[in-house]
Design a protein. Structure first.
Length: 168
């Protein structure tokens, strides 16, 4: 059972070695069970911070929590796979086509029933306040490509899904 918002310290800093978990539908995997970069097309950065790519931080959850209904807005994602990356591996800064630079970082945004909920936020490089700034398309595309190579599968007890299992 995932921790609720009132059960976590939302001021706790991210450790560089902390894992960030993200769930992926089976359609987002190739025949070898590997993450498809096209799955990251769902990663968006709209005007509001809550539209940034969501992840769960390992400090406040177990990998199984990523596929719990409480952390999936009530949807059944129990057959989805869980992938992870290390906070310190987030690519930053990323330079846009116009030469502007953006930093990418995790930001804890707990939800009432999912205290581990966080987002991968962005801001203009050098902004000491880290005010959220949606990056331009060239930065989003570069981030998607880098994340695709960084996200690694996490085995969840009871799923029995081998990395080489064919996805039907």
């Amino acid at each position: 059972m995932p921790l609720r918002q009132d059960e976590v310290d939302d001021q706790r800093a991210f450790d560089p070695a902390e894992l960030l978990y993200r769930r992926v539908s089976r359609e987002g995997l190739n025949a070898n069970g590997e993450f498809l970069p096209s799955e990251l097309n769902t990663i968006s950065f709209n005007e509001g911070i809550d539209s940034a790519p969501s992840v769960l931080r390992s400090l406040f959850c177990e990998p199984e929590d990523v596929i719990a209904a409480e952390c999936a807005n009530g949807k059944d994602v129990s057959n989805w796979r869980v992938f992870a990356l290390v906070v310190n591996d987030l690519p930053s800064p990323i330079v846009a086509g116009d030469g502007k630079s953006f930093d990418v970082f995790p930001l804890h945004r707990p939800l009432p029933m999912c205290g581990a909920h966080s987002v991968i936020a962005s801001c203009a490089t050098g902004d000491l306040t880290r005010a959220y700034a949606p990056p331009p398309r060239s930065v989003r595309n570069a981030l998607r490509a880098k994340l695709a190579s960084l996200l690694k599968p996490i085995e969840i007890a009871g799923q029995n899904v081998a990395a080489s299992e064919s996805i039907a």
